[in-house]
Design a protein around this ligand. Structure first.
Ligand SMILES: [Zn+2]
Length: 276
């Protein structure tokens, strides 16, 4: 289902929404893992505890105007805040450009937003909170149901549905997404006594399957490959086991690539090896 509006107008609106949702992402990233309410109180300075006025809370712009300091107490404000806001704006723009003015683009942007938030929390706390992964899964079920009931191509994002029914793609995606790493984790545990990825990663892959269909397998391979490269780089000179790096951000990167270019990558690869 396409909206009857010009593409540039949709892209601009989505980028602005992305910046605003980036501000909200910062709130969720900080408060949710700490068990604080994400609704109350409003934003306040971590230095002097003063409430932050709306004009000092404009995504990216305020941080630049105040040159990364609180207006009242000059406490430095982490560069992370404007970076998360900018990343959220950029991801919403990518969704708008890839899928055009459509419900599909909005679900794509929502997926990217959750992946950004989950990645930042995983880097800091080494976990993927259930409420976030669960909400993402519910969104996936809503998108698949919309596709099924209305005939609009909402989900899955990767491919226009390998099967006649979106729910078949989604169910197979969720099954493969959680199933393959689940089996691998179990095998690792039996052989080595510990596994490379945790329950959070497996649940996230299950939720991603709803958005990506069977292409979630590509996400798993891309994520594992990027994670392995990252682990080798991070552990230079200290041995592989010394580095404990979160898997979430690599999976997130793999999922964005899969959503945007998964089918082209797979068919390109098949041509390359002479099958396609
Ligand atoms: Zn302050």
């Amino acid at each position: 289902m396409s909206f009857p509006i010009p593409g540039w107008y949709f892209s601009l609106s989505m980028t602005l929404f992305g910046l605003l949702f980036g501000s909200f992402a910062n709130v969720v990233i900080w408060r949710l893992p700490r068990g604080e309410s994400i609704a109350h109180p409003g934003s306040h300075c971590p230095g002097c505890d003063a409430p932050i006025a709306w004009y000092d809370n404009i995504p990216v712009v305020s941080w630049l105007v105040l040159r990364g300091r609180c207006r009242l107490c000059s406490e430095p404000i982490s560069l992370r805040y404007p970076l998360v806001e900018a990343a959220s704006g950029a991801l919403f723009l990518v969704a708008a450009l890839v899928w055009g003015p459509s419900v599909r683009a909005i679900f794509g942007a929502a997926l990217f937003w959750f992946l950004l938030v989950l990645s930042m929390i995983d880097v800091e706390h080494m976990r993927l909170p259930n409420p976030l992964v669960g909400t993402l899964a519910i969104l996936g079920v809503v998108g698949v149901s919309m596709s099924e009931l209305t005939g609009w191509c909402v989900l899955p994002l990767a491919g226009a549905g390998a099967f006649a029914h979106p729910w078949l793609d989604a169910a197979l995606g969720a099954l493969l997404g959680a199933g393959l790493p689940g089996v691998l984790a179990l095998a690792f545990r039996l052989v080595r006594g510990k596994s490379g990825f945790g329950m959070g990663d497996i649940k996230l892959l299950g939720a991603l399957g709803l958005f990506l269909g069977p292409y979630v397998l590509l996400t798993f391979f891309l994520g594992s490959f990027l994670g392995a490269v990252g682990a080798i780089v991070a552990s230079r000179g200290r041995g592989l086991t010394a580095a404990r790096i979160p898997f979430g951000p690599w999976l997130a990167a793999g999922a964005v690539v899969t959503a945007v270019a998964g089918p082209s990558l797979v068919s390109g690869y098949l041509v390359l090896v002479g099958i396609g």
